[in-house]
Design a protein around this ligand. Sequence first.
Ligand SMILES: Nc1ncnc2c1ncn2[C@@H]1O[C@H](COP(=O)(O)OP(=O)(O)OP(=O)(O)O)[C@@H](O)[C@H]1O
Length: 500
Amino acid sequence: MLSAEAGLARCARALWRHRSCGRSFRCVQTQAQFEYPASQEPEGPEAHAIPAGLATPRQLVRYLDDFVIGQENAKKVLSVAVYNHYNRVRANLAATTQDELEWEEDTLTMEEGVAPVRLMPHPQRIHAHYPLQARQSFPLFEKSNVLVIGPTGSGKTLLAKTLARVLDVPFSVSDATSFTQAGYVGDDVDMCVQRLLQAANWDPYRASTGIIYIDEVDKVARKSGGSGMDSTRDVGGEGVQQALLRMMEGSVVTVPAKGGAAEAPPMNGPGRSRSGPRGPNAPATKSDTYSIDTSNVLFILSGAFVGLDNIVKRRVAKGSIGFTAPLASSNLEDQSNNASPPFFTPNKSSAGPHYLDLVEPSDLVRYGFIPEFISRLPSLTTLSPLTPQDLRRVLTEVKGSLISQYTALFGYSGVEIRFSSGALDEICRKAAERGGGARGLRGIMENILLEPMYEVPGSNIRHVLITERVVQGLDRPLYWAKGEGTAFWAAWAAEEERHL
Ligand SMILES: Nc1ncnc2c1ncn2[C@@H]1O[C@H](COP(=O)(O)OP(=O)(O)OP(=O)(O)O)[C@@H](O)[C@H]1O
């Protein structure tokens, strides 16, 4: 249960987010009424927090900087995409609901200690007032889902997760390799919506404005794509793309309620059917099914796209500029007339320019994606592999870095652990050598610290020093007992001097 103070802080944050609405809010627990004139700036703890709902792209990038090293272009592209997406969502919902509907955000509930912030009106109310056909005729803003291309462990998931956290929207991660076309063994693509609903604590309103992150999307490239990337999958790849594109565009997905059919073993075979009502006006009760409209869900798709750089390289070598592939989407055809397609934003990473920076939709078509699919992903960004210098910053500088985590872990046992600069460099060198980006750092740390984590608890050890030779496996970690602090500091200083 949140304390009253924390509850009020949360209310204040919600009010600040929605200050431009000029609405009043009532806390159902305390019955307190809050008013926020549009011009009023918050005071107290909220003044220092990021005004998430309306944070500008620049503020979002600054926030990301605390957690993600490098990847400047990806930070910009994602921040702009997220900012535009949520502005678009607000505008669309305002267009569909103004005056006729009561806004859910008028009431902040504080059930079970949580104060869920209702960003949007209940989708069912929108559906009740405006049938799907009517809503489709509104001049609504088009959606911009994002495609993120980058090597493993470079921060793709971290970027999306961090943005979802600052925006306080539900976030789900799914792996495209587990998806199959409906009716075949494997996960239906609807599964990602179910995960989102789960992440939203089974709150369909929040889920319908969340972020769905789908990793390894390059694995659903069709086999006949022309570059032979994935020979194990054929029509299933295209079937999954078709299903995903419908969902990205905005469709109503019926999700069984908690403990419902979706959690039972999947039925296989083309005759697969679901129980429960379908369609936008289907009732959404906790005991039955939920209908989630994905029109306001932001999709971020990512993958390493191994081999794509060769496709780009070949195209560039042939001097082909623009769109040479037979693109079905008029959206893409429009872009082909531009000298510099809006699809492409050059990457100014520390690793320098590389061929993936020049990716165009036609390259993705050659890679095995249907044009209709990539036209639903108008924002694209590439991430660079992390250099050993980047890894060093990941290890030591970001908020909640591994070094700070392990230091705190030993601190709980009253033990001080230090890593010499040489040790840190050696850890990063090893991680870079292994590949896998920053993902490899934790494994190396666990390996090095296994012995001290075993020896220290229950012993009289109070200081631990990890040197370069320890990381290289040439020495054992160095230990000092209580009262030997001076010797520990002297040894550490000597190590640092040796490394200079
Ligand atoms: N640029 C970065 N800055 C800080 N930490 C990073 C960065 N890149 C990766 N990490 C760390 O490495 C781990 C893996 O990162 P992440 O899951 O974002 O990789 P990914 O690019 O999504 O890889 P994959 O495609 O394999 O899923 C996380 O613990 C994350 O904290």
